[in-house]
Design a protein around this ligand. Structure first.
Ligand code: UDX
Length: 436
């Protein structure tokens, strides 16, 4: 099928490449000339495993191209909208500027029978509004939320655990759902659940899934706070409650909390939208989820300060990690960088390293010092603070090796990802969040 994808960021670039890889003819459209130039050469503009291979295969094979011209979308059977919905500068609501601009640009090129499929995470009610806007063209709107995780985006797009499509009532909606089934045929044939709903449900599935995940993380981080005043160990607690299949161990890793381009802004936008709808109280707990999450960053800073004798001024601190999570170079709302910035603010001599995100971090926080190699960051450090659980730190950093480089013996495990016993045995003062 011929498909267009408007918006070639984390979501759209992966979607375009993945759709080409399963046999579609795809054009990706974005207003950012540099991004389009890179993608047209088959280069990924950000770090995402497997994406470079897919891009190159699609571009070289002639099934994937990129353009800044919205007119190139003309003739596609399905037009995906995958632009960002960041947090507004003036509050917690989602900024809909890019969605509105994408639809405006597409409108003159839509033909009767075309399908416009929204993928972006939007405030509930957006799809109904956009459906009215495009109705005069004879195109049909569906809402098809995306659940991909950065670092696993290609796998999640090609083999999702479920597909959700919000459609209008009646035969028009049924036909649109069938077209989407055809788009995702390989996954549908593997019996991936394909759930058809109304617009509002589809929009809410996405936002409530993210709200649930954020709540799960803040729940275990709240338990970490209780563990800290009782001498309990939150990692053992998570293992034990996680054995209950109703709870499950995933997303129960306590530490400096969630960040990235989705969970933080999505829970805030959800709370803001609920208030607009007169139902603020229904999700008032999300403000607590947000507050717990932000407190944990400060806790990592406090632990470091305490371990260094109450004062970090002028002390060299190696911060291992900058990305908001491993397998990503994304530093948007990164708890890791927030910890680094706070330590620097207290006067510490901070050196940040990360296997993928140093370049992005340097651009966003030029006031921090950076090391491209992990060992350069460790050299001469009085404290080591692990804030992103890359394998390079979690598995591959031997405490004895760290001892040969660092001058101090303080290690703060902001992700509870290190082997505490091994570090203690090597003579380190190990401190984890929510652990004795
Ligand atoms: C998330 C959702 O998982 C995905 O379904 C949605 O489409 C977009 O938002 P992503 O932002 O890529 O994906 O990251 P995710 O893997 O969910 O992690 C989010 C944050 O939570 C990271 O900062 C991570 O370090 C943190 N986290 C995750 C924890 O602190 N503890 C956990 O147990 C799990």
């Amino acid at each position: 099928m011929r498909l267009s994808v408007t918006g070639c960021g984390y979501l759209g670039a992966v979607h375009a490449a993945a759709m080409a890889s399963i046999g579609h003819e795809v054009v990706g459209i974005d207003v950012d000339v540099r991004k389009i130039d890179a993608l047209s050469r088959g280069d990924a503009p950000f770090f995402e495993p497997e994406l470079p291979e897919l891009l190159r295969a699609g571009v070289d094979g002639g099934t994937l191209r990129f353009s800044t011209d919205a007119a190139e979308a003309r003739g596609a059977a399905v037009h995906f909208i995958a632009v960002g919905t960041p947090q507004r500068k003036d509050g917690h609501a989602a900024d809909m500027t890019y969605i509105d601009a994408a639809v405006d640009a597409l409108l003159p090129h839509l033909q009767p029978g075309d399908i416009v499929a929204g993928k972006s995470t939007v405030p509930v009610g957006t799809a109904a509004r956009l459906a009215e806007l495009i109705a005069p063209t004879g195109a049909v709107l569906v809402w098809n939320p995306e659940f991909l995780r950065e670092g696993w985006a290609v796998v999640d797009t090609i083999s999702p655990d479920r597909l959700v499509v919000g459609v209008p009532a009646g035969p028009e909606g049924e036909r649109a759902a069938d077209v989407l089934r055809e788009v995702y045929r390989p996954a549908v044939e593997r019996e991936t659940p394909f759930l058809v709903s109304d617009y509002a449900t589809a929009e809410l599935v996405k936002i409530s899934a993210n709200a649930f995940l954020a709540t799960k993380i803040s729940f275990i981080n709240a338990m970490a706070e209780i563990a800290e005043v009782t001498g309990a160990d939150v990692t053992q607690l998570a293992d034990a409650i996680g054995h209950d299949a109703r709870i499950g161990r995933r997303f129960l890793s306590a530490g400096i909390g969630f960040g990235g381009g989705c969970l933080p802004k999505d829970i805030r936008a959800f709370a803001a939208r609920a208030e607009e709808l007169g139902r603020g109280e229904s999700v008032a707990f999300l403000r607590e989820v947000d507050a717990i999450n932000l407190r944990r960053r400060e806790r990592a800073v406090t632990l470091t300060r305490e371990a260094l004798g109450g004062d970090v001024v002028g002390k060299r601190v190696a911060v291992l990690g900058a990305a908001f999570k491993p397998h990503s170079d994304d530093i948007r709302d990164s708890p890791a960088l927030d910890v680094a910035v706070r330590l620097k603010g207290l006067g510490a001599d901070v050196v940040v390293t990360d296997p993928a995100a140093v370049e992005n971090a340097r651009r966003a926080h030029p006031q921090l010092a950076y090391a491209d190699a992990r060992d350069d960051a460790l050299r001469g450090a009085e404290a080591v603070v692990v804030v992103t659980e890359w394998d390079e730190y979690r598995r591959e950093l031997d405490p004895a090796h760290a001892s040969s480089l660092a001058t101090g013996r303080v290690v703060v495990d902001g992700r509870n990802c290190l082997d505490a016993d091994a570090w203690r045995a090597a003579g380190w003062d190990y401190r984890g969040l929510g652990r004795p």
